[in-house]
Ligand binder design. Structure first.
Ligand code: GLU
Length: 484
């Protein structure tokens, strides 16, 4: 019987979980769950110059927040650990020895300086780079001479000449590379640490990975990896290379691009919902059957397939993400939205200290008033600023309304009602407005627009009764008095 599908996400722990990595992990996760398989998270930390100590936890926290639970990794272990490459160094060495013994690899004594000179010469001749193969066939005397100089060798893979290396990619279909375009590459550095290309094939093999899903930027590594599998007599896994994610200008995303939010951590901080982010990421390259765009994780698990993953780049559309998050926020329980908004209100200085019951209730009402239009929780600060500021900003449209003839009469009467009001609970507000109507004779737009403009500085906005209640007797009074 075939084993259940095993897939892996193998980030280098260089920082927070990026949207591209999150997509790879999500696709892995969905397939593993769909087929009752295993989702493995493993860390490729052999490039110690790019390594960041917090990188492992940053990645795991991002995945955890998205709800992509893994079956094997550094924290929970698993049958094929360790799950970080620097703890697996002993495992790799015998394979390098085997490649050398069988002539598929050789020691290279070229120093950084030698290689630089070689590159410069190649460039001067107008040739493409790639190692010349200078150390391919060293005599024992040459080796002895290098060793006498104290040089430490790296290990290079001997790339066979004149070979077409083809494979059937699950996304890109048939892909082919000419081996003559690939120079002999380093598999173990002079310090004994394997390079990515070498370690990755051994990990994938030893961890029994069936399908390697990763970004298209790794496509040119794949022929190198296939050659090594073949040289070691190991089965080659299947590959699926995911097309790039482009920014809204249809350009390649750079890490500094500010037109989009790139790190999962930032979504969390801004008060996006993980369900929305997962839903959005799933559609970066995958298209479901039919028009529906809203999917729960369970629905994605039931429907996701690589067959419907596009080989053309996906375009990151921030508006769509915001639309989607708004959709999920509208459906979320108010208490959850309040919890997401609270830290932002506190950070803005709008709310201080311990929350008493009355303030808690007031905040719930405030958030509830904005729940429909909020795209992400941090927006609550901007959306609700008019309830906190002492000095109201009146926009152009509202200013026009406030110049109308009937306005002073309406506002003066309303001020009177407010001052006399026994209750300022939200249920009590309609009666106050009704009273203004009765005493002034103004109703409808003339009544409501004047009051709305005076209190909120805007002609459009959330529910008027609720807004009046939220402002409270004091603020309503002072705003009316200022205008009058
Ligand atoms: N460590 C690689 C990266 O972070 C992943 C390589 C792979 O999936 O094979 O891009």
């Amino acid at each position: 019987m075939n084993q259940p599908l095993r897939v892996r996400y193998a980030p280098s722990p260089t920082g927070h979980l990026h949207i591209g990595g999150a997509r790879t992990a999500l696709f892995d996760y969905l397939l593993a769950r769909r087929h009752g398989g295993a989702f493995i998270v493993r860390f490729e930390d052999t490039d110690q110059t790019r390594h960041k100590e917090s990188g492992v936890n940053d990645q795991l926290n991002g995945l955890r927040w998205l709800g992509l639970e893994w079956d094997e990794s550094v924290d929970i272990g698993g049958p094929y650990g360790p799950y970080r490459q620097m703890e697996r160094l002993d495992i790799y060495q015998p394979f390098a020895d085997q490649l050398i013994r069988e002539g598929h690899a050789y020691h290279c004594y070229c120093s950084e300086k030698d290689l630089e000179e070689e590159r410069a010469e190649q460039e001067a001749r107008g040739e493409m780079g790639g190692y010349s193969g200078k150390c391919r066939n060293l005599t024992p005397e040459q080796v002895a001479a290098y060793q006498a100089e104290g040089r430490k060798p790296s290990t290079r893979f001997r790339v066979p000449q004149d070979r077409m290396i083809g494979f059937q990619d699950k996304v890109r279909e048939h892909v082919e590379f000419d081996s003559n375009g690939i120079g002999d590459f380093i598999i173990v550095r002079t310090d004994g640490i394997p390079t990515y290309n070498f370690a990755v094939i051994l990990d994938d093999h030893l961890m029994k990975i069936d399908l390697v899903i990763r970004g298209e930027e790794h496509l040119s590594n794949t022929p190198r990896q296939i050659l090594m599998y073949e040289a070691l007599g190991l089965p080659v896994p299947e590959f699926a290379h995911l097309a790039l994610i482009l920014n809204p200008d249809r350009k390649k995303m750079s890490k500094r691009d500010e037109s989009i939010i790139q790190f999962i951590e930032q979504y969390k901080e801004l008060g996006y919902l993980p369900e929305a982010v997962v839903n959005f990421i799933a559609l970066l390259g995958w298209s479901p059957v039919g028009e529906e765009e809203i999917f729960t994780k369970e629905e994605l698990i039931a429907q996701f397939d690589l067959d419907r993953v596009s080989k053309s780049p996906a375009v990151f559309d921030m508006d769509k993400l915001n639309w989607m998050n708004n959709h999920y926020l509208k459906k979320a329980p108010l208490s959850q939205v309040v919890e997401l908004c609270l830290p932002h209100l506190q950070k803005a200085g709008y709310i201080q200290g311990e929350l008493d019951a009355a303030t808690g209730e007031w905040i719930s009402a405030l958030v509830g008033l904005n729940q429909e239009r909020m795209r992400f929780a941090a927006e609550i600060v901007e959306l609700s600023s008019l309830f906190f500021t002492e000095e109201l900003i009146i926009d152009e449209e509202a200013a026009v309304i406030l110049k109308e003839e009937h306005v002073p009469t309406v506002l003066a009467n309303f001020l009177q009602q407010v001052e006399q009001a026994e209750s300022f609970a939200v249920e009590a507000i309609p009666a106050l407005l009704k009273q203004v109507q009765k005493e002034t004779g103004y109703k409808g737009k003339q009544l409501f627009m004047s009051i709305r403009s005076a209190l909120t500085g805007q002609v459009h906005g959330p529910d008027l009764n609720m807004s009046i209640y939220l402002l409270g007797k004091e603020k309503v009074g002072s705003r009316l008095r200022n205008l009058l």
